[in-house]
Design a protein around this ligand. Structure first.
Ligand code: M6R
Length: 616
């Protein structure tokens, strides 16, 4: 939440900051602002509530002179509504110091009282302004911006990435991070800071990760990093594996449309290099092989869509690796004295690698002695760095707030993990392993088939349903998490009431929701798998049909038993039961996107949300 960018170098910083913010806007889009030290040595600030377009307009009507040092921010409001006044940067030291912030300063109220007691007047409702005034006070004592940060960071409780620029120091931006993301970009004679690499990837792919509790000072082509105590730190270098074009919309109507179209590629890239001689081999996991042999339990931690991918992964891990698996919402795990031991593997799943709830749960699991493995899509992010091992999904940058291609890549990575661990523990018969490996390799083509053959019809259906007020989703076994994912996607971008249920749970209560005309999506398991499960889902369909529900079935090609029971059938190619979720979810992603589009909504930036949830 909140996007942050900083620049020092020979070029005019304004365009660099604004284009960085455009790439970070998915992190928050309530308001945006920049501060630039212009070539005359004055600090100039422009900030506006609303989307970045409003800031661009402000810069056109009231331009800032050329300046090569600057910071920029795009906000997801926490303290104080999305107004011009609450937009960042916040100013202090007679408007000569500008500060931007991502996170929440939990003790801001007491700090604010202290500062008010000293006669400071606050002009915003934000927690950030407290940090600005504390930095100004510390700076006045030493005249050294880095020393000022060192004096202030320990007074702040909660989560923060703070960046500051001071009129006295053109060519310098100082930042600090605790529990919030920050990465450095290294250009030729120029240096960048960003909440993530998207902030600067169009200028450089060479990056450095800033660790927890570190302060960074950037000058043109120069970087100094210390811990909060002032000891020098060697930041970890990495090369960004994708280029700016991968994070562009291309010719697509939305990022979400582009990202759904990339689902086949996301699966293919996540599998690539991890099949050797027909067997799954995940080199990143090999260091844990001895540990895998002695594991007694797996706990999966994640939020939102990533949590649903974990629910799917549970079926594979239990089936192939024969280990009991609990899948938990990360924010619930942390606060209930969880029981994990040194033989527990804790698997976190996060597209961004920055979700605060997940990060905190991982830290708690590590503190309790568990081994931690991260499944993540974002290089240089915090959760992998806080984990003992990481398996990256290679879905490429995901910009739309609604997670789509990352979801299929997460399930793929979980399947790779289950197959790898199953082989190491000898719980996986060779023929099952061979079949699963083949199924994984064939998935991208099957997903592509859905996009080529069912997308138009699904969008048409969404269009007809644009006035629908409520949609229900049903699934059984691995189809159940897919029902949950279908419902979340619809809520998130269409603002329609949607709920997902386990089909077997219907008669325990939710069937009371069914009234004539109620649309219900049903994920139908293959009749070639467990015939009983297929028959049971058909019976569930009949039960709700008898009460007037309108059924949209997602069923495999050739399943004719579904035809008399369903009003619409969306087809998916044949796959083994465990692989069906990776296919059945595709029409649901398309449907949610189609319905939001039909309602004229912004599918990439739905109201009240942000891509990366970096506050608890
Ligand atoms: O970055 P993460 O995968 O950790 O994000 C977790 C959730 O916030 C995320 O999946 C969210 O539910 C999506 N917006 C759903 O589409």
């Amino acid at each position: 939440m909140c996007g942050i960018v900083g620049y020092v170098g020979p070029r005019d910083s304004q365009d660099i900051l604004v284009s960085g913010l455009a790439r970070l806007e998915y992190r928050g889009y309530d308001s945006a602002g920049i501060a630039v030290i212009d070539d005359g040595g004055s600090l100039a600030v422009r900030k506006r509530s609303g989307k970045l377009a409003r800031l661009r307009e402000a810069l056109e009507t009231d331009p800032i002179g050329r300046g090569t040092t600057g910071i920029g921010h795009t906000r997801w409001a926490t303290h104080g509504g999305p107004t011009d006044q609450n937009a960042h940067p916040h100013l202090a030291d007679d408007d000569r110091l500008a500060v931007i912030h991502n996170g929440i300063i939990e003790n801001f109220a007491s700090l604010r009282s202290e500062l008010v007691g000293e006669g400071i007047t606050f002009v915003s409702d934000t927690d950030t302004e407290v940090a600005a005034h504390l930095l100004a006070r510390a700076y006045r004592e030493s005249g050294d911006l880095v020393a000022a940060f060192r004096a202030v960071v320990d007074r702040l409780e909660g989560a923060f990435t703070l960046l500051a620029a001071h009129e006295d120091h053109p060519g310098l931006v100082v930042g600090a991070r605790r529990n919030s993301p920050l990465v450095i970009g290294l250009g030729e004679g120029e240096t960048f800071l960003g909440s993530d690499v998207a902030a600067f990837v169009e200028h450089t792919r060479r990056a450095l990760a800033v660790g927890q509790d570190e302060i960074v000072a950037i000058r043109p082509g120069v970087v100094e990093v210390t811990d909060f105590a002032g000891n020098a730190v060697e930041p970890q270098p990495f090369e960004v594996s994708w280029d700016a074009a991968a994070a562009d919309k291309g010719g697509w109507s939305s990022f979400m449309a582009k990202e759904v179209s990339e689902e086949p590629e996301a699966v293919a890239n996540t599998v690539r290099g991890r099949i050797q001689d027909g067997e799954i081999r995940v080199p990143e996991l090999e260091g844990l092989d001895d540990f895998f042999r002695g594991i007694d339990r797996v706990v999966v931690l994640a939020c939102g869509t990533a949590y649903y991918s974990g629910l799917v992964g549970k079926y594979a891990l239990e089936k192939w690796a024969r280990i009991p698996v609990d899948v938990e919402l990360a924010h619930e795990f942390r606060y209930r004295e969880p029981i994990v031991s040194e033989s527990t593997l804790v698997v976190s799943i996060s597209q961004s690698g920055e979700t605060m709830d997940t990060l905190m749960a991982v830290k708690e699991a590590a503190r309790l002695g568990a081994k931690t493995l991260s499944i993540c899509n974002t290089q240089g992010s915090t959760i992998p760095r806080e984990s003992d091992a990481v398996v990256y999904t290679h879905a490429g940058p995901e910009v739309a707030v609604a997670s789509t291609k990352a979801f299929v890549a997460q399930i793929t990575a979980l399947y790779l993990l289950a197959l790898h661990v199953g082989r190491v523990r000898r719980s996986l018969p060779d023929e099952v392993s061979a079949d699963a490996t083949e199924q994984l390799a064939a998935l991208p083509e099957k997903i592509q088939w859905i996009l080529d053959n069912e997308q138009e019809r699904t969008e048409q259906l969404a269009h007809w349903m644009a006035d629908t007020r409520s949609v229900l989703f049903l699934g059984r076994h691995v189809g159940y998490p897919i029902a949950l994912e279908g419902a979340l996607k619809l809520k998130e971008i269409s603002y329609i009431h949607a709920e997902g249920f386990a089909a077997g749970e219907l008669k325990h209560g939710p069937i009371a929701l069914i009234e004539p005309g109620q649309p219900v999506f049903v994920v139908v398991p293959s009749p070639r798998g467990s015939i009983t499960m297929h028959q049971k889902v058909i019976s569930n369909i009949e039960e709700i049909r008898a009460r007037g529900a309108r059924i949209i079935a997602i069923a495999e090609q050739g399943d004719s038993a579904v035809l008399p029971s369903a009003d619409e059938v969306l087809r998916i190619p044949l796959a083994s039961p465990l692989f069906e979720p990776l296919l059945a979810v595709v029409p649901l992603h398309i449907f949610a996107m189609g319905l939001a589009t039909a309602k004229g909504l912004d599918v990439d930036q739905p109201r009240n949300l942000a891509k990366s949830v970096t506050v608890e």
